[in-house]
Design a protein around this ligand. Structure first.
Ligand code: C2E
Ligand code: CA
Ligand code: CA
Length: 761
């Protein structure tokens, strides 16, 4: 930008594009520095009075001769005659020639070129030869600029093979080339030039007081003659005045024109600086300073008879400054919508727009009880809360780099660190949040968990989502923080569309329920089944339930999914019971649903609809820790228990199932996780674990189910150590309802005797 602006300024300078403004500026300065001339140049004016007293214009040449004689008598030093003597006028020409001869070459007569664009090339107009003989010649042409003003005066004119000095240069005795010009000092007040009327001089009126020892310019000042021009600050002025001012200028010293490059260079240097500084206010100050300096420079230099052109420099400063201002305005607009209106922190839009950060870990923090906190606070107090939270999160980092999302979401990019260091850091942050935050004199507790997306090149929006999922999972699993699961990311596009497809799958019947037999180890009869959800995707085939159940849980689809499974399972169990075979059905329950107070009624409704006795339904729950520590979850479970529904603790042994939780949860059954069951025949510790769990359960009045039974030996061992029920591939794989009921019928027909034989060796 600076480059182009400078280039434009250079071109402007070269073609003098800024001249009118330059001249306007010069007029302004001149007005400020108005001063009187030296008085060494006197004008003898052929004015209205002269025409009235001497005669109409053009005068007879004898009057001019008389005027010369008077001035000679009065002791004038030299006379510069600004009157056209190029045409013959009869016998009077000889009278004037005689007067000139009397005074030697003290008189200068004018030469000029006819006006027009080709002025220099046109024929030079000279006084008559007999007049010329006794006089010097000087030029009286002016060059008008395109605004019509006479801004520059020539030192000399070239024509007919010789160089003729201008009136001004002749008076001042300055010899310069024909191509050179100087700026007349229009600060000289023309009204203070000594002027005497030609009529008065002819009459000998003022005697020698005014003209003695002075250079005199004789010329017309009356509008009847029409030698009028425009100069800065004056509408119209007669040529004689311009000659006088030019002469006065040169008498005071030779003006020096410094032209435009110097100020432009100064402006260029300043603008480099203005572009470098980060604050617009600084840039504007620099620009203002440079403009003041550059615009004041001519004022300073004029004192020293120097002129300078500053418009290219000012142009450069203005263009660059305007660009800087526009850029800042754009930035302001761009940053709007990128900060949170309440807290003033940058928001997630800003984070996403930020780009980069691939080398940093992206950390998301979720304040889980944010909505609850915000509900109790005014908007201003909420802003305080958010800033306090951000302040805590920024421990050891810059608070400005904490981005804020809605509903208690925060995120930032952490410089690369080892997993251990990062973990320690997050543990420390988590500890910080144990201290209440004080807002409006009220201490509030914020519960937080963190998710980490490790350094990577994915778009920030995706990384943020991953980190948030990890933060939610951390909270669910009772951890302080969790790293985003990389394996799941590989399948991210599929996962993103999974939700919509899941809804469709329920509608289309792609979602169905498989039944896995549950064997009563006392009777050796299949006494029930576990309902396991299945999704046969039209293109991807069978999708493992854990893949879509987690997503369904996170996006509020789990209720619909569970209702679907419950509906199918209860209906199936009711049908089997209706055949006269006592049959229990177990359905897996996501912990999320326990937060829904309407859930027990929904279950009761389904049982009633399909006419299944509540004790034929078992609801399997995991995450005992999450349930045991949450009063609402417990309440829901108790209500389900009160319905008469059996409650089973699934995956027992894998989570934080303390005795305390076991006592709290109104369960009727413990389901030992398959990882222990598989080791019953091989590992002493697994056998011990299973055995002690059976004893514990029985002591609490609960039944025990062993899941994951894959061989006969395991089944036998379980039966021996007093396990109540068994489930596993050895007994039966999860099957579609139709296939499952067929196996049941076979059992009823005694065809399962083979199995029984195998079982008992
Ligand atoms: P789970 O509740 O522990 O279910 C038992 C899982 O073990 C089932 O996996 C079952 O197919 C598998 N399994 C059964 N016998 C054996 C065996 O002998 N050996 C081995 N290795 N595995 C055996 P599945 O069907 O893939 O289900 C996985 C998990 O998905 C379930 O674990 C349960 O937590 C969840 N799930 C399934 N259906 C539902 C549902 O309708 N609702 C909810 N909330 N979760 C469900
Ligand atoms: Ca289960
Ligand atoms: Ca299980």
């Amino acid at each position: 930008m600076l480059f182009w602006a400078t280039l434009a300024a250079l071109i402007f300078g070269a073609i003098e594009f800024g001249m009118p403004l330059e001249n306007a500026l010069r007029s302004g300065h001149d007005a400020m520095q108005r001063h009187a001339p030296s008085g060494d140049v006197v004008i003898v004016a052929i004015d209205d009075r002269s025409l009235a007293e001497v005669g109409a214009w053009p005068w007879k040449r004898r009057h001019h001769a008389a005027l010369l004689d008077r001035l000679r008598e009065q002791g004038a030093k030299r006379v510069f005659y600004d009157v056209n003597f190029s045409t013959r006028s009869g016998p009077d020409d000889a009278i004037l020639a005689a007067a000139l001869a009397r005074w030697g070459d003290h008189v200068t007569l004018p030469s000029f070129f006819m006006e027009g664009t080709a002025m220099r090339a046109s024929q030079e107009v000279l006084p008559l030869p007999e007049l010329r003989r006794h006089a010097r010649i000087a030029n009286i042409n002016f060059r008008r600029e395109f605004d019509g003003g006479v801004w520059q005066l020539p030192y000399a004119w070239k024509g007919g093979g010789k160089t003729t000095p201008s009136f001004a240069a002749s008076i001042a005795g300055v010899r310069r080339g024909a191509d050179e010009e100087f700026a007349p000092d229009y600060a000289i007040d023309p009204l203070k030039l000594p002027v005497v009327s030609a009529a008065v001089t002819l009459a000998g009126g003022l005697g020698g007081t005014l003209v003695a020892d002075k250079d005199v310019i004789i010329g017309a000042t009356t509008s009847w003659v029409g030698d009028v021009h425009q100069i800065p600050g004056y509408e119209e002025i007669s040529g004689v005045y311009i000659h006088a001012i030019g002469a006065e200028t040169l008498l005071a010293g030779t003006p020096l024109d410094l032209s435009w490059p110097l100020p432009l260079l100064l402006a260029f240097a300043a603008m480099i600086l203005a572009c470098r500084v980060s604050r617009l206010r600084m840039s504007l100050a620099i620009a203002g300073g440079v403009i003041a300096l550059v615009a004041g420079l001519p004022l300073l230099l004029e004192e020293m008879q120097m002129t300078i052109q500053v418009m290219p420099a000012i142009f450069l400063v203005l263009v660059v400054t305007i660009r800087l201002v526009i850029r800042r305005i754009r930035q302001i607009f761009a940053s709007r919508g990128k900060t949170d209106a309440v807290s003033g922190l940058p928001n997630l839009v800003a984070l996403r727009a930020r780009g980069g950060g691939g080398g940093c870990a992206l950390i998301a923090a979720r304040i889980h009880n944010y909505a609850e906190l915000a509900a109790a606070l005014s908007e201003a107090e909420e802003g305080v809360l958010v800033r306090q939270i951000a302040h805590r999160l920024s421990l050891g980092a810059d608070a400005q780099n904490i981005y804020q999302g809605d509903e208690g979401i925060f995120a930032w990019l952490a410089p690369p660190a080892t997993a251990a260091d990062l973990g320690e850091h997050l543990d420390a942050l988590h500890r910080l949040f144990r201290m209440p935050i004080v807002v409006a004199d009220l201490p509030v507790d914020a519960s937080v968990s963190f998710g980490v997306d490790e350094p990577g090149d994915r778009p920030l929006a995706n990384r943020l989502a991953s980190a948030l999922v990890a933060a939610d999972e951390a909270a669910e699993e009772g951890c302080r923080w969790k790293a985003a699961d990389k394996a799941r990311l590989a399948d991210a596009p599929w996962r993103l569309s999974l939700l919509g497809q899941l809804d469709q799958a329920i509608d289309n019947g792609d979602l169905w329920v498989a039944y896995q037999a549950k064997l009563d180890l006392e009777t050796n009869q299949v006494c029930g089944a576990e309902a396991l959800v299945r999704w046969t995707h039209p293109t991807k085939g069978l999708i493992p339930p854990l893949d879509f159940i987690l997503v369904a849980e996170q996006h509020d689809r789990i209720e619909r999914l569970t209702r679907f499974v419950l509906d199918n399972a209860i209906k199936a169990a009711a049908e089997i019971n209706a055949l006269g075979m006592p049959f229990n059905i177990a359905v897996n329950l996501s912990t999320r649903l326990l937060g829904d107070p309407a859930f027990p009624d929904a279950v009761a409704g389904l049982l009633a609809r399909h006419q299944l006795a509540p004790y034929h339904l078992t609801l399997e729950v995991t995450e005992t820790a999450a349930i045991g520590s949450n009063e609402d979850n417990l309440k829901t479970l108790v209500r389900l228990r009160d319905l008469g529904v059996a409650i089973s603790i699934d995956d027992y042994g894998t989570g934080l199932s303390t005795l305390e939780y076991l006592r709290k949860i109104p369960s009727t059954e413990i389901k030992i996780d398959q990882s222990f069951v598989a080791g019953v025949t091989r590992s002493r510790s697994d056998r011990l674990m299973v055995h002690s769990t059976i004893e514990l359960a029985h002591s609490l009045g609960q039944k025990v189910v062993a899941e994951g039974v894959e061989d006969a030996a395991t089944l036998q061992s379980l039966a021996m150590i007093g396990c109540d029920f068994a489930q596993g591939f050895w007994i039966g794989r999860p099957l579609p309802l139709h296939d499952f009921t067929r196996t049941l019928v076979k059992q009823e027909n005694g065809l399962s005797q083979n199995a029984r034989k195998r079982l008992h060796g």
